[in-house]
Design a protein around this ligand. Sequence first.
Ligand code: GDP
Ligand code: MN
Length: 378
Amino acid sequence: MKLHEYQARDILARYKIPVTGGGVASTPTEARRLAEQIGAKVVVKAQVFVGGRGKAGGVKLANTPEQTEQIAGQILGMDIKGLTVEKVLVAEAITYEREIYLGVVMDRGSKRITLMASSEGGVEIEEVAKTNPDAIVRIAAHPTLGLLDYQARELAFGIGLKDGKQARQFASIAMALYRAYIENDADLAEINPLVVRADGSLQALDSKMVLDESALYRHPDLAAMRDSSDEPEAEQQAREAGITFIKLDGNIGCMVNGAGLAMATMDVVKLYGGEPANFLDIGGGAGKDKVKAALQIILSDTNVKAVMFNIFGGITRVDEVARGIIAALEEVQTDVPMVARLVGTNEEEGRKLLAQSSLIPAATLAEAAEKAVAASKG
Ligand code: GDP
Ligand code: MN
């Protein structure tokens, strides 16, 4: 789950990372009031889930509260890479001499939580990785002891911080960012730019955090920060219903229980010349309501020309799924043809229930795929 800059900043502040203050505004008037409170030159920043807001015109400096109001008026409602700006962060503008990058990521290759730092801050790190890979220093945190003091110092020296006091401040920020990453179950924690001020001190100007969805249950306070504005509606509904759903570009909607079976189903659809419209796993033990929600989500995609059910009843009861399909069909008006392959626990009962419906029965996965592909082609 992505956090907005202002949310990530608030978390990093708790770890004593020097972030700039200020607050968020949804209207130009609110922005002006924040600038009045700050009482100095401010920076107005679009709060949208994209990188490179600066280049896109979403980060601007303002000298006075009046100018802040005017600039906030320009940025609020602005479209940045397809996302509408609904909030701006108004923070004290900082003057600085240079920009550094500091990030914590999970490096899947080495299976280690890795700190990355670069003297080439301010631009996206992916860009630095392409154009100047030697400017990035990486250090893997110790798998059980975590990030050690000496590692954090090595990182500081690695990016050329020579002054002892500055290197120590950098190391303590790196340790704090690592702790924020661990304690909040993040996938990514990043400060870009971390700037060097005229007096040599370091200041975080932009914070970014992405949290691990699977660990959110441990952090109800963080889960409550979710902003679904850039999430497709179907994926939002799926998440709320506890369904794993990923939209794809094909025209055969798939409803399956179990992630492995869902992937196998997509493979077999492709084998028979079809293209899946989605990956959908209703999970183990799904009842009527979940099946109904899943069918509504599948049918909300107007590309879908056929639906294929592939249910292997173990904990999930086939008759429950059949009831769900029937209940959904009573509410969702559709002429999309549907093929059902339901086997396992209570399959006889399930089949009897579906015999009265317009569903096309199939005994095997191959047969179901073949029939769904044929149905999708009319
Ligand atoms: P991003 O482009 O989405 O990563 O947004 P950032 O928050 O990193 O801002 C982009 C750029 O705006 C930074 O690299 C800085 O050059 C500039 N910027 C951001 N905040 C300030 C500030 O307080 N003072 C000054 N002078 N520049 C800033
Ligand atoms: Mn940035």
